[in-house]
Design a protein around this ligand. Structure first.
Ligand code: NAI
Length: 695
């Protein structure tokens, strides 16, 4: 059963029962409609209460039915709502905890609504690039008024039920802690004989000057929505609740809903939604894999990354000790942490007591003995194998048995790092992104010997510290940095051939990236890449780069931190100003190479950079470094500022069509430094077979 039926006194109670949040899947809809028919046919029943079991009234559509024909199989959500609304016996929705999306649309079909305080009320469809498609845009304004309903539908933000007290949405708000079903049954008995039955659809939308309000909302939302069509369509459908009769409004809503389901932007948002959920799943590590408890943590190194990593633990209420080699470095690191918290408090985003509590959870030490009992230790020292070796040998010697030994390395071989210890099963990579207390992405690097329980613990930990954990195998740069390397190489080659940094950045930013590659380099520090290129020059002498980045670094132009990089910076101002010195250096370098500079289109810039990501992503997928294409998309959406409305590089390639992507790659392979463009065998195969990365 996915809805239960019982009769209390002379009231039928239909309880939606489809854990975890009573999603309105086919079985639940069928059982609910059956319950309504049974109640209609039973002369002993005078009224009907609809409620939800467990932790929700209803969270809305069943996401397991998304994109499946079951969503359109009768009884559809529309049919269910119609059956509730057309019931000849009064219907009462008894709302608690979660009432969202289709769940709220169902409640709006009832004659009455009774709720407990603290219930989350929302129509969040816009967050998936859609609009409420089961009457929500037409009924919500009729009970909340135009303004409140429009804001809720355009933003998708939940509102607590008590904040909506006094509106026509609720006929009764019960006291906190009271028995909802008993209260709803009592209410139903009071109204059992009232006729005619009140219906939301028969009400008028209230607003003193709807036309003016809608004109302003249309103008505002068009700007705020950026590349996303859904918020604009939400305004249009809500406007229909005022501008059209109810039935026409419903039809209009349906039409716009279907249109939105077919947009790339909505497909991208839904892809990202499912990608995030899929990322936590590893086929050979089932959900019942035992996890180790993490009650305390340690971080080695109080530099840029170590401090931010420590803050994650403190924010999650886990005490954390930071180990340094020098008091000065420790003091500096701890001072930076305090400053970060002070800034958050100043911006009003954190209460001062909470900040103090978190700072209180972070301790510094120079003594290994103080970290030995931690359940997990994360190493964030210099990116140098020799230094990592010393640190891991020490950790192996001092850490208690069963402690997880993690490295934040961004490029080094985790298997070698594990081999410095006598417990490689306890070693894992936890690759945070800078700033580590802000960025959502956490690459979880699984070494050859990493224990399944250690991996399961890392996945659970990533949720606890509110990161998007994505599992990667071991390779140079893991998923994200290995791909970005090819992207940055192409950006460099474009400079040799005729582009300037500002043109490349502008083209990519127009495509939707948060930041182009040269602005990104200036922010992260160009010296990091310089250091890596020097290492690669020894390890992989055949891999070629544009020399422009080295010429830049030889002048000490490391980026914002030195006041100059690919751009010039005024003191205290992070705005990049195009640099005459850099432009001249690039032009002279082309001359020295004997390359005749040419005009390069924005389209070519975007193609070269984005397909460099895609081609390398395909190799990563085929090698099994990433478990699925959507994991690669998640890495790029949550860690590299890839535009969300394009769904990540692999999804984007799917929408372009893999044959077209392959043709472009083959074309670039005939151009400047074409050796960088060996098409990934997986790309070739999928393109030939007419398939996609995300299947
Ligand atoms: P950093 O240079 O800012 O900090 C390193 C800190 O480690 C310094 O404070 C140093 O005193 C300390 N340290 C060195 N040896 C130590 C030892 N034996 N015991 C205790 N402390 C020691 O470096 P950053 O940028 O924080 O990088 C650390 C690690 O994080 C590297 O592996 C790097 O590749 C990785 N990483 C860096 C990112 C970034 O954007 N900076 C992003 C992601 C990973």
């Amino acid at each position: 059963m996915s809805a239960d039926y019982q009769v209390i006194d002379d009231v039928a109670v239909i309880t939606l029962n489809n854990p975890p949040v009573n999603g309105l899947g086919l079985a639940t809809r069928t059982a609910a409609v059956d319950g309504l028919r049974r109640a209609a046919a039973d002369p002993a029943v005078k009224a009907i209460v609809i409620t939800g079991a467990g932790k929700a009234f209803s969270g809305g559509a069943d996401i397991r039915e998304f994109n499946s024909p079951r969503a359109l199989t009768e009884p559809t959500l529309h049919t269910l709502i119609r059956t509730v609304e057309d019931s000849v016996k009064p219907t009462v929705a008894a709302i608690h905890t979660v009432c969202m999306g289709g769940g709220l649309e169902l409640a709006l079909g009832a004659n009455y609504r009774v709720a407990l305080p603290g219930a989350q009320i929302a129509l969040p469809e816009v967050k998936l690039g859609l609009l409420p498609g089961a009457g929500g845009t037409q009924r919500l304004p009729r009970v909340l008024g135009l303004e409140t309903a429009l804001n809720m539908i355009v933003t998708g933000t939940p509102v607590a039920s008590e904040k909506l007290a006094g509106t026509l949405l609720f006929d009764e708000l019960l006291p906190a802690g009271s028995d909802l079903v008993a209260g709803a049954v009592a209410f139903a008995r009071r109204v059992a004989d009232v006729r005619p039955l009140p219906k939301v659809r028969e009400r008028q939308v209230e607003h003193p000057d709807a036309a003016a309000f809608l004109a302003a909302a249309r103008a505002r939302v068009k700007i705020e929505a950026g590349p996303f069509p859904a918020p604009v369509e939400c305004v249009e459908t809500v406007a229909a609740s005022v501008e059209m009769p109810f039935e026409d409004g419903l039809k209009f809503e349906r039409e716009r809903f279907i249109r939105l389901t077919q947009t790339t932007e909505s497909k991208a948002l839904r892809h990202a939604f499912f990608a995030e959920r899929a990322a936590g799943k590893v086929p050979d590590v089932p959900p019942d894999t035992p996890v180790r408890e993490i009650r305390s943590a340690a971080v080695v190194g109080a530099g840029t990354m170590g401090g931010g990593i420590a803050m994650n633990f403190a924010n999650a209420g886990i005490p954390v000790t930071i180990l340094e080699t020098r008091q000065e470095a420790l003091d500096k690191g701890l001072a930076t942490i305090r400053k970060n918290y002070e800034n958050t408090v100043r911006k009003g985003k954190l209460a001062p007591e909470k900040a103090a509590q978190r700072v209180g959870l972070i301790r510094g030490t120079l003594d290994h003995a103080d970290i030995a009992q931690a359940d997990i230790v994360i190493e964030a020292v210099f990116e140098d194998m020799g230094v990592k070796e010393t640190v891991f040998r020490q950790l192996d010697a001092v850490m208690k048995p069963g402690a997880i030994l993690a490295s934040n390395t961004s490029t080094l071989d985790l298997n070698r790092i594990a081999s410095f210890t006598a417990r490689p099963q306890d070693v894992i990579g936890l690759h945070f992104f800078s700033p580590a207390n802000v960025m959502k992405l956490l690459e979880i690097v699984r070494g050859a010997a990493t224990g399944k329980d250690v991996l399961a613990t890392a996945l659970a930990l990533s949720k606890k510290i509110r990161k998007t954990g994505v599992v990667s195998g071991v390779c140079d740069g893991f998923i994200g940095n290995r791909m970005v390397e090819q992207y940055i190489r192409q950006a460099g080659f474009l400079l040799d051939e005729g582009a300037l940094p500002q043109q490349v950045d502008a083209a990519v930013e127009k495509f939707g990236f948060a930041m182009g590659p040269f602005r990104m380099g200036d922010l992260a520090g160009n010296d990091i890449g310089w250091y890596i290129r020097k290492r690669r020059a020894v390890e992989m002498p055949d891999v070629k780069y544009s020399q422009t980045a080295d010429l830049l670094c030889e002048q000490g132009r490391f980026g914002q931190k030195t006041g100059a990089g690919w751009y010039d910076y005024q003191p205290g101002d992070r705005t990049p100003q195009p640099s005459k010195w850099v432009d001249d250096m690039i032009v002279k370098h082309s001359q020295a190479l004997g390359v005749a500079r040419r005009a390069i289109s924005d389209e070519e810039i975007v193609g070269r950079l984005v397909y460099a990501l895609v081609n390398e992503g395909a190799k990563i997928l085929e090698e099994g470094i990433a478990l699925r294409a959507s994991d690669i998309d998640m890495v790029y959406l949550s860690g590299y500022g890839f535009p969300l409305f394009r769904g990540g590089p692999m999804f984007y390639a799917d929408t372009v069509g893999l044959p077209a992507v392959l043709a472009a790659v083959e074309n670039y392979a005939r151009g400047y430094h074409g050796e960088a463009w060996t098409p990934a065998p997986l790309l070739v195969r999928l393109a030939r077979e007419g398939k996609t990365f995300n299947g």
